[in-house]
Unconditional design. Sequence first.
Length: 303
Amino acid sequence: MSWHVLGAGSLGSLWACRLFRADVPVQLVLRDPQRLAAYRQKGGLTLVEQGHSQLYPIPASHLQDSAPIERLLLTCKAYDAAEAIAAVADRLAPGAEVLLLQNGLGSQDEVAQLLPGRRCLPASSTEGAFRDGDWRVVFAGQGHTWIGDPLDATPPGWLNDLQRSQIPHTWSPDILSRLWRKLALNCAINPLTVLHDCRNGELVRYHEQIDALCGELAQLLSGCGQAEAATDLQQDVWRVIEATAANYSSMYQDVAAGRRTEISYLLGYACAAAERAEVQLPQLKALHLRLQEHLDGHGLPRY
Ligand code: NAP
């Protein structure tokens, strides 16, 4: 059974290359015949690891192809996930499984609603990759991926493929808790790095603001039935800031490169969830507004 990778960007290419070199059947699903032609001209995907680059001639097709899909890895951005899935929904076999690698929350539900009866498995990853050219990906940061299914705690058999491909992963019986925790960490760190134009480590200058945000985020998690994800949140935020002090957050990098951010699936999702749960979070709301204004100022979408 072949893996299909929809979203051959940074993370999708990293996964595809590792599956391919372990002889796990895998193919890319590209946007259209033009992208497929451009890909074929390059002869495959290039993975750069520790300064060493290797070309992998991974088979590819495009969205309009009609071959059935049994196992899909969705690796586009959160704001593209539903549209991308809608384009392949009628190709998904009845027992198809879809692994979702989007950051934040909200896109997983959007996708699941489009795929009734299909198993959708959200994942949360700390791996780092970026594109340094068309069809080239740099493996920038070792990390780990947690995978789960909020509706069924049975691990899928294909975790063996990931093992074989040396993709570090753990089956997580409570993936939603992990996703909420990651969302809270993102909300406490990423927007402020954008607004203060700084690396993660420089946030030590805004100690009080971060502590206040952590308090509100912990309230949000508890109000949304995720009390466990709120445990020691503030300490964890400071641990992450220290461990990644030299890094620029993903949101910072998106804004700096003039790319759309995933704000609606991070801070936007958090504020909407707070409203639904009737939890008052004035600092978080103000931060969301300031970030939206900042994006407006940079000519980037505010959603
Ligand atoms: P990315 O480099 O922008 O890749 C996304 C890919 O999806 C692009 O190649 C894009 O194609 C493709 N795509 C979008 N809509 C499509 C469609 N309808 N049909 C076919 N292809 C489509 O993004 P990324 O950095 O890999 O991030 C993907 C997700 O993983 C995000 O939610 C991100 O937060 C999360 N994540 C990323 C990392 C990382 O280190 N990169 C780490 C952890 C989590 P085009 O190039 O043609 O636009």
